[in-house]
Design a protein around this ligand. Structure first.
Ligand code: ATP
Ligand code: MG
Length: 427
């Protein structure tokens, strides 16, 4: 019997995990500068939490959910995204209370689950970092949060990116646009792909998002949402654009860009990577937008019923970095290697290693009592700066030999002085 990981998942192994930590640390640092705090919600939720907010007719809910009934007959799903869980948590824990500053600013990171057809950069268990701002109807929030997403990629050295924005307007604007879009699409219904035919009446905005070649041509001639905005929606979008201009943040408006989740309105955006390494195709590495109305749907207070957030895939961030030929700085070298020549030195080797670690040094010790030459090779491979050698004499004299690998010098140190020696070394 040979066991393998489930399709669409991956093991993140040593070496690679350091890169993941670097990306996560970068997010914590950048988001911290904008005063965001981390939330950790469960990996599974009640099915309805996700289905109702993401939308019953979306691909995520109809095709991609990892849902099941647990032993108590509860309808559960592994979370496919982070916004619904975070808003659920915000309302359930009353994070809108007077002790919290408005707006509420939270971020999350962790695995998400979607039953998709696995491809490069598309997995069934993938990892997102996301943020949500709840309680601000100021377009400055949209702009600031998009700027933060760009700052994150910049910090990672990803610079060939394009910010694409659009507005979906408020509900009234969208309804009027929806009607106009249906009217147009009905005139070309026969030429649409099967998927788009189905979407036409269920969720017509999704037709704009179709990846089908023929659909794309048809969509070129579709009416634009920008012609259906009411005054509030139009003004809001103009303010967003004006503030992006004021911050000198380049962007393009794509009036056909819609997002695959139902809760969005007003500003939506994507950050696309233009790096050649993605095979020449523009790839979305971050996406998000405004979701006014979602908080009250979860039972939250009406005066906090505005939200803005984004999510980015860690897998795709890694691909983007590589696609630009950038390296993540990873230093996994150690400080001290304790070489031990035979069983007699076993206990002393352990004490020496612990002394180094207590001083704050990264330390590894030999456990196989191999030939000294082999142990030095290991020390070199691990990048050790100091090697402590323990043979029979050292045990007897209670003095160890310490070789400084950088300077090439060697000295004998009494075991009783080791704690001090390591502490001084670190300074
Ligand atoms: P796509 O159009 O690529 O399917 P999406 O609209 O489903 O993306 P969102 O739900 O908005 O994506 O998620 C935001 C980000 O999460 C995406 O831009 C991408 O970086 C990442 N992401 C989404 N689905 C996956 C997946 N199955 N595997 C890896 N990363 C993903
Ligand atoms: Mg998708």
């Amino acid at each position: 019997m040979k066991y393998q990981k489930p399709k669409g998942t991956m093991d993140i192994l040593p070496g690679s995990s350091a890169k993941w930590q670097y990306i996560e640390d970068t997010a914590r640092k950048v988001f911290g500068e904008y005063n965001f705090r981390e939330l950790r919600t469960p990996i599974f939720e009640h099915f309805e939490v996700v289905a109702r907010s993401v939308g019953e007719t979306t691909d995520i809910v109809t095709k991609e959910m990892y849902d099941f009934y647990d032993k108590g007959e509860r309808h559960i799903t592994l979370r496919p995204e982070g916004t619904a869980p975070l808003v659920r948590s915000y309302v359930e824990n009353k994070l809108f209370g007077p002790e919290y500053v408005n707006p509420f600013k939270g971020y999350y990171m962790g695995p998400m689950f979607r039953y998709e057809r696995p491809q490069a950069g598309r997995l069934r268990q993938f990892h997102q970092i996301g943020v949500e701002v709840i309680g601000s109807k100021n377009p400055a929030t949209d702009v600031e949060t998009m700027a933060m997403a760009l700052a994150f990629y910049q910090q990672l050295g990803v610079s060939h990116v394009k910010l694409v924005i659009n507005t979906l307007g408020n509900k009234e604007s969208r309804m009027r646009y929806r009607d106009a879009l249906i009217t147009y699409l009905e005139t070309v219904e026969e030429q649409l792909s099967e998927d788009s035919k189905r979407r036409l009446h269920q969720n017509p905005l999704r037709v704009l998002d179709s990846k089908d070649k023929k659909d794309k041509v048809i969509v070129e001639k579709a009416p634009s949402i920008l012609d259906y905005l009411d005054e509030y929606s139009a003004t809001f979008f103009n303010e967003v654009k004006g503030m992006l201009d004021a911050l000198n943040i380049p962007y393009v408006v794509d009036h056909r860009m819609v997002r695959g989740l139902d809760y969005y309105n007003h500003t939506v955006f994507e950050i696309m990577s233009e790096a050649k390494g993605f095979g020449g195709v523009l790839t979305t590495i971050c996406a998000g937008g405004r979701y006014d109305g979602l908080i009250s749907e979860f039972g939250g207070p009406i005066e906090k019923d505005t939200g803005f957030g984004f999510a980015l895939g860690i897998e795709r961030a890694l691909i983007a970095i590589e696609a630009e030929g950038k390296e993540i700085p990873v230093d996994e070298s150690i400080d001290v290697y304790v070489a031990c020549m035979d069983q007699l030195g076993n206990v002393l080797a352990q004490a020496v290693a612990q002394s180094a670690r207590h001083a704050g040094l990264i330390c590894e010790r030999d456990v196989d009592f191999r030939k000294l030459k082999a142990q030095f090779r290991t020390a070199n491979r691990l990048g050790a700066k100091l090697v402590v050698v323990i043979g029979d004499n050292e045990v007897e004299e209670q003095r160890v030999v310490i070789k400084d690998m950088e300077k090439g010098t060697e000295e004998k140190i009494a075991v009783s002085d080791l704690d001090n020696y390591f502490k001084n070394y670190i300074n």
